[in-house]
Design a protein around this ligand. Structure first.
Ligand code: NAD
Length: 414
């Protein structure tokens, strides 16, 4: 097996490429090239058999320049310090693209979390929360769910943190269940934010989204909401897929029925239409391709065969840099992950705002404010891309890095 590329080396290279173009000072480059803080903890917890296991826990805080750090917690055996550092840097740029007042953070536990019993999961998550408690907080660093963590883990962490500080503090973490201060609209936020971007893209190009054909790779949380909402605007979703296979139906797939089928059978195959492979789905002649599953699926090998006119990245990192260059030459626009899937972190920000205000919004309030932010951000990225004649990914990074660099310059005189 080829060795996994070092994510932090990639993140740094991406940053340096844009830093060169922005002519950032040596001081700011050096400062933003590393997280401001990286905490590595031993996290002991009791197994069901009475033995003690010690797990490595990590929390990286890339930047506090624009506000507290923000980002998820992933519990997975492949988590490394470098991966967490890279993800924390990417979160800084993502928050800055949509201009929400956060820097980037990320954390993880190096463990096969899925193999633990319910009791072990709770003891481990609470032990990690106690370790993190001195370095997180609503004004400092606000974790959230990521791979293998969800509302239950967030509830345990909020509870443990509340006991540590002596009062309930829901704003320490987002992605909580609604009854503990989670926000309405968080579940659909990533797919919804992406669809707001796509809708705005066509508006700016004086086209209607009605009748546009769409292929969605990955029919999970982000993919299902994106498919359902884009179909609601009159687009025609002609292909969907999951890890078991893909379905193509040029007449259009009923998304309501597809979600029901997926919930019942845990697959999309079996729906009306022709069975195709995930690779074939990426190469369909459609107006909009939405990768919503894994990273590195559009590569130097298949980019030449991609026939979509627009790619909107729900997944993180679905397009490799080599594929980016090929698609740019072909005139295919990519709404990059840092913009297209930023609806999730934006509604996490709304959750934190509501927790701090102790005043809760309706789902309509949440969606209206999300729409405003996504449309404004898309316009800014589009304008930057046209000003510099560059791909949208570079434009998004330019905007983000410039915002963070300006904050650092003003506050620290670097
Ligand atoms: P999910 O686990 O709910 O769904 C993932 C889907 O991808 C599943 O349907 C799965 O079957 C499918 N899949 C897995 N392997 C596949 C393969 N080889 N080919 C085709 N499909 C495959 O996850 P999600 O929350 O929807 O996240 C999807 C992507 O979006 C990830 O990259 C995630 O990082 C990104 N993202 C999600 C959110 C969010 O709020 N959910 C926010 C930002 C980014």
């Amino acid at each position: 097996m080829p060795e996994k590329p070092n994510a932090f080396a990639i993140a740094q290279q991406q940053f340096f490429n844009v830093a060169d173009k922005l002519k950032l000072s040596a001081g700011i480059r050096a400062f933003l090239a590393e997280p401001e803080a990286v905490h590595v903890f031993t996290v002991p917890f009791k197994r069901d058999d009475g033995s003690t296991q010690v797990v490595t826990g990590i929390r990286a805080q890339h930047s506090f320049a624009r506000g507290p750090a923000k980002g998820g917690l992933r519990f997975h055996p492949d988590v490394t310090v470098d991966e967490v550092k890279a993800l924390s840097m990417w979160m800084t740029w993502k928050c800055a693209v949509v201009d929400i007042p956060y820097g980037g953070g990320k954390g993880g536990l190096v463990i096969d979390y899925k193999a633990l019993s319910a009791g072990e999961k709770e003891r481990l998550t609470r032990a990690f929360a106690r370790r993190m408690a001195p370095v997180i907080g609503p004004d400092f660093d606000i974790p959230a769910p990521d791979v293998n963590t969800g509302a239950q883990e967030m509830a345990w962490i909020a509870d443990e943190y509340g006991h540590t500080v002596g009062h309930p503090e829901p704003a320490v973490i987002t992605g909580k269940p609604v009854e503990l201060g989670g926000s309405l609209g968080r579940g659909s936020a990533t797919g919804r934010g992406l669809v707001f971007c796509v809708e705005r893209f066509f508006e700016n190009n004086k086209q209607s989204i009605k009748g546009k054909t769409v292929a969605v790779q990955g029919f999970g949380n982000a993919g299902q909401y994106a498919a359902r909402l884009i179909a609601g605007l009159g687009a025609n979703v002609v292909a969907i897929s999951d890890s078991k296979g893909a379905i193509h139906n040029p007449k259009g797939i009923s998304i309501g029925a597809a979600i029901e089928h997926k919930n019942k059978t845990d697959q999309v195959t079996g729906l009306d239409g022709k069975e195709i492979t995930n690779e074939e789905l990426l190469q369909l002649e459609v107006d909009i391709l939405i990768p919503a599953a894994l990273e590195n699926v559009i590569t130097a090998q298949n980019a030449k065969k991609v026939r979509a006119k627009l790619i909107a990245e729900a997944a993180n990192g679905p397009t490799t840099p080599e594929a980016d260059a090929i698609l740019f030459k072909k005139g295919i626009t990519i709404i990059p992950d840092v913009l297209a899937n930023a609806g999730g972190v934006t509604v996490s920000y709304f959750e934190w705002v509501q927790n701090r205000q102790r005043f809760y919004w309706t789902e309509e309030d949440v969606n209206t404010r999300l729409r405003e932010i996504m449309r404004r951000s898309l316009d800014q990225v589009e304008r930057t891309a046209s000003e510099h004649q560059c791909m949208w990914r570079e434009a998004a990074y330019r905007l983000a890095i410039e915002r963070v660099a300006n904050a650092v310059k003003t506050s620290r005189n670097l």
